[in-house]
Design a binder for this molecule. Structure first.
Ligand code: OSB
Ligand code: MG
Length: 369
């Protein structure tokens, strides 16, 4: 079969709160939405690239360029048997978030063609997935503790706290003192380096953290392995894992004990599942990370997290944690710290097409000849 039509759109979506990580912050999200039409079916997906190259090198602008210049023109010229096999332009290096938008849209298309949910196409086993929340860097320890308290009250099962040099060990100590039993972890987004920061990273062992996520450079798997030998807290890799090959390297070097899988970061669902399978075989738990997605991207994260190796709560929070109003209905809302998995065909939530159309700031259409 063929993709008859592909439409790429950009919409602005304002976060309810500024979100700060060690490399910078964001409030005005620029969300790229892709629709793929084939056999009278329309699939929806999201490209999760950020506004700046502060997490990976990709941005909404680089993804727009790669998608409109190479990937989408080739996509509408290609033939395929199964939606899970959309890999236009195999020679194109890098740009996994741009590629993932197409690859994941193909999964929604295939699930809708079969009249099954994305969860069933993935082979997931859970009806609801455990949920955590990621808290950006706050102005003060008191402000942070207030947020932690609010999210615990709402039922979140894991509290992730963004850290950076100057806002780390002491701040985590203050939270741990106020909340002795809460499951807490830290995410450094590559803000530290060996050997200088080793004492600081060792000191985090005092605060009973579930894990520390991506403490060192995104390029440096070997140093994460050296670090893990010297600290008790499990190291979790995020930015360092861009492919199943990266995961195999991390596993063989013991460069941590946990991997955060974000399908956009690794080029889509096929890679995500391969990483999940490799970790499961090695006894490493995984969890699903987030990129401040709209409800469209969130639906994919929820479906992926139904696989059995996703034993740690993901960054898959309520729609309301991010947006005054999401662009899908129903919105995502957890029950007792568990996100129910949509069971309708494909992503199982309906994008609000009229609102999306009204919000669209740019749009490009590709049609099969
Ligand atoms: O490192 O996990 C990260 C958001 C943007 C970029 C990087 C990260 C994050 C988050 C947010 O932690 C997770 C979410 O979507 O709730
Ligand atoms: Mg992270």
């Amino acid at each position: 079969m063929r993709i008859d039509r592909a439409v790429l759109r950009e919409i602005p979506l304002e976060l309810r709160e500024f979100f700060e990580i060690s490399s910078g912050g964001t409030k005005a999200r620029r969300v790229l939405l892709l629709t793929l039409e084939a056999d009278g079916i329309t699939a929806w997906s999201e490209c999760v690239a950020g506004e700046t190259p502060g997490y990976t090198y990709e941005t909404a602008d680089t993804a727009w360029f790669v998608l409109t210049r190479w990937l989408l023109p080739a996509l509408v010229r290609s033939e395929f048997d199964d939606g899970r096999q959309l890999h236009p332009v195999p020679w194109l290096r890098g740009h996994p978030m741009a590629r993932a938008a197409i690859e994941m849209g193909g999964w929604d298309l295939e699930a809708r063609r079969r009249g099954i949910s994305l969860r069933d196409l993935v082979g997931g086993t859970m009806d609801a997935v455990p949920v955590g929340v990621s808290i950006g860097i706050q102005k003060s320890d008191d402000a942070l503790c207030a947020k932690v308290e609010q999210y615990i009250d709402e039922g979140y099962r894991k509290i992730k706290i963004k850290i950076k040099p100057g806002r780390d060990v002491e701040m985590l100590g203050a939270v741990r003192k106020r909340f002795p039993d809460v499951p807490i972890m830290a995410d450094a987004n590559s803000a530290y380096a060996l050997p200088d920061d080793l004492p600081r990273l060792k000191a985090m062992d005092d605060h009973d953290l579930m894990m520390i996520e991506q403490p060192l450079s995104y390029e440096d798997v070997l140093d994460h392995s050296l670090l893990q030998k010297q600290i008790e807290t499990p190291v979790c890799l995020d930015e360092s894992i861009r492919s199943p090959g990266d995961a195999r390297l991390a596993l063989s070097l013991n460069a941590g004990r946990i991997i955060n899988i974000k399908p956009g970061r690794v080029g889509g669902f096929r890679s995500s599942i391969a990483i999940h399978d490799a970790c499961r075989a090695a006894g490493w738990p995984v969890w699903c990370g987030g990129m401040l997605e709209s409800g469209v991207g969130r639906a994919y994260n929820v479906a992926l997290a139904t696989l059995p190796g996703f034993t740690i709560p993901g960054d898959i929070s309520n729609s309301r944690r991010y947006w005054s109003r999401d662009i899908v209905s129903p919105e995502f809302e957890m029950i007792d710290g568990m996100m129910p998995v949509p069971d309708g065909p494909g992503i199982g939530v309906a994008p609000d097409i009229e609102r999306i159309e009204a919000l669209t700031t740019r749009k490009e259409v590709f049609e099969a000849q």
